[in-house]
Design a protein around this ligand. Structure first.
Ligand SMILES: *[C@@H]1O[C@H](CO)[C@@H](O)[C@H](O)[C@H]1NC(C)=O
Ligand SMILES: *[C@@H]1O[C@H](CO)[C@@H](O)[C@H](O)[C@H]1NC(C)=O
Length: 393
């Protein structure tokens, strides 16, 4: 009897110490966890990047991450975009709920930039003094970061500036030195995401990273919605959230989650009737992967069920680099209106012209410096993916 009373009182104190009691698994304290969800991109064609972050926000709130411990970066131009037939509504799954509702506007528009992102994860005092949310973590805390957008070798691209691999890894080194976390885990879902960590992230600073793809590989938008005329999700990040939704997070480790990514390593490039591999990678301190997902993202309430039929999602995918071409091609194929078709054809032609312009100048440039690399043919430089060896240059 005494033991039961003691347990009850501990439970009572813990639940009441937290402001979100009704959403929490009773007795679980998540105040040592910090989550930053960043969708770097903007524009209707990149819909999936923001939608996935909205879905993730609601999921992790329901797992008990306190509101002031989860920070969202989103350009916020999707819900009320002129292309949106259902203003104010953003979905991440076909038949799924409006995930836009209730998402805080922590950092939107021009504030979605690399400098602010680095400040926020490092708990910048100035931002905090302005009343903005920052990661106020200490030596016992777990920090989880997600970044989704476009990327290139050794950089990820925000709608407003680029973040270089060195800058991100240096921020982690500095955070480690300043005791800003016990463990930090980051998932990056961009083209070439592996290049953000490959041969850069140290394995002795308590940081563990997972990338959607390897250092020479593209990342993919996924789940085309023919009413919205865009891809509403991302292949890798959807697998991440599905894995969270379908498993006991007190048992599912980051390692098991990684193995799930490895099992889901083929995407369907439907428009072109081909499939492509995508190789998720892991970096840094791999011992962290033995920790459970719940140690970073909170505890799923018992009996929480999926409201979305996963089989109703389509498996159409397009690599993030070619999404604008793909969406225009689809519009051209879908419309019966001849003026509309011509309008889209014109836009597509302009896109190709832009790419040809860059290709032409790149070829000329490579030719002009060919004498510096006598052992490599121009063709090989232009058409193979070389590893960057001198990142400072
Ligand atoms: C990276 O991905 C490319 C394309 O999918 C593949 O050909 C290559 O073998 C992969 N490399 C590594 C190291 O995984
Ligand atoms: C790709 O498409 C094929 C044929 O429609 C299907 O069997 C397979 O499950 C799809 N793969 C993925 C990853 O969606």
């Amino acid at each position: 009897m005494f033991v039961i009373l003691l347990l009850l009182s501990v439970l009572y104190v813990t639940v009441n110490a937290l402001p979100f009691g009704d959403q929490l698994v009773p007795g679980v304290d998540n105040s040592n966890k910090w989550v930053v969800l960043c969708s770097g991109s903007n524009g209707w064609g990149n819909y999936g990047d923001q939608a996935i972050v909205y879905r993730a926000y609601h999921l992790f709130r329901s797992y008990g991450i306190p509101e002031d411990h989860i920070i969202v970066f989103h350009y916020d131009d999707i819900a009320y975009n002129s292309e949106n037939p259902t203003p104010g509504v953003v979905i991440n799954e076909i038949g799924g709920p409006n995930v836009y509702k209730g998402v805080p506007k922590d950092y939107t528009g021009e504030d979605v930039n690399p400098k602010t992102f680095l400040k926020v994860i490092q708990g910048d005092k100035e931002l905090a003094n302005q009343g903005k949310k920052v990661v106020k973590s200490g030596p016992n805390d777990h920090v989880f970061l997600y970044f989704g957008d476009h990327g290139s070798p050794n950089m990820v691209i925000f709608s407003n500036g680029v973040l270089h691999a060195d800058e991100l890894n240096n921020a982690f080194i500095s955070m480690h030195k300043n005791n800003r976390f016990a463990k930090l885990s980051i998932y990056v879902d961009t083209c070439y995401s592996g290049s953000m960590f490959h041969k850069i992230l140290p394995d002795n600073i308590n940081v563990y990273a997972t990338s959607s793809s390897n250092y020479t590989e593209l990342s993919w938008f996924w789940n085309y919605d023919d009413k919205l005329h865009t891809y509403i999700s991302s292949f890798f990040a959807n697998n991440w959230l599905v894995n969270d939704e379908e498993n006991d997070l007190d048992k599912e480790t980051l390692q098991k989650q990684f193995e799930y990514f490895k099992e889901h390593s083929i995407v369907n490039y439907t428009q072109y009737h081909t499939t492509h591999p995508i190789h998720a990678q892991q970096f840094g301190d791999l011992s962290i992967s033995k920790l459970t997902v719940s140690q970073f993202l909170g505890h799923k309430p018992k009996g929480q069920t999926n409201t979305v039929t996963k089989s109703e999602q389509n498996n159409d995918a397009v690599n993030k680099w070619d999404v604008s071409l793909d969406l225009l091609q689809r519009r051209i194929d879908e419309t019966e209106d001849i003026d509309e078709k011509n309008g889209y054809l014109q836009k597509l032609e302009n896109l190709y012209k832009g790419r040809q312009y860059v290709d032409k100048h790149m070829t000329e440039y490579v030719n002009s410096i060919q004498h510096l690399m006598p052992n490599i043919a121009t063709n090989a430089i232009l058409h193979t993916k070389q590893e960057l060896n001198n990142r400072h240059c």
